[in-house]
Design a protein around this ligand. Structure first.
Ligand SMILES: [Cu+2]
Length: 177
């Protein structure tokens, strides 16, 4: 017990142990609509590996199939007005793009840093297959939003912007510092 407390104190002081002090290593996702935030759908856990950031989903209640999955720039899942209409999770802003590439691409490409591999949802509405984001670390995505879209993702801005995935259906704020 004493040893555990000592180690925890050391981690806090160095801020260098696994899941460094203050960084959220998981996020709860909720259904979102133009009315706001709805039911909790589960969690996504983050793991820094030698290959990059692995996202481990444990989600229920999603539509089966392939969904666009991204880190968005703002730490909010609230609806906001977009083109004159209240729009689900619009306060999350666009894809996390700290290098201002303005380009939607693959998770291993040269575009938005927040572009992730698509999320696979099984026929029972559950998502448990991990995805790898080779250019990201857990520390990079703190104070951002993790987003699931209604449709798929073609990792391109053609023929529609941002992979053409459509409406935002689930969102979670990664609430670390
Ligand atoms: Cu998105």
């Amino acid at each position: 017990m004493t040893r555990t407390i000592t180690l925890m104190s050391l981690c806090a002081a160095l801020a260098a142990c696994a899941g460094s002090a203050g960084a959220a290593n998981s996020v709860t996702l909720n259904a979102v609509s133009s009315d706001g935030t709805g039911d909790a759908l589960g969690t996504v856990r983050f793991e820094d590996t030698e290959h990059g950031l692995v996202l481990h989903p444990d989600l229920r209640g999603l539509a089966p199939g392939f969904h666009g999955f991204h880190v968005h720039e703002n730490a909010s899942c609230e609806p906001a007005e977009k083109d004159g209409e209240m729009t689900a999770a619009a306060a999350a802003g666009s894809h996390f793009d700290p290098n201002n590439t303005g380009s939607h691409d693959t998770a291993w490409g040269d575009g938005h840093l927040g572009d992730l591999p698509g999320l696979y949802v099984a026929s029972d509405g559950s998502a448990t297959h991990p995805v790898l984001a080779p250019r990201l670390r857990m520390a990079d995505i703190q104070n951002r939003a993790l987003m699931i879209h209604a449709g798929g993702d073609n990792y391109s801005d053609m023929p529609k912007k941002l992979g053409g995935g459509g409406a935002r259906v689930a969102c979670g704020v990664i609430a670390g510092g």
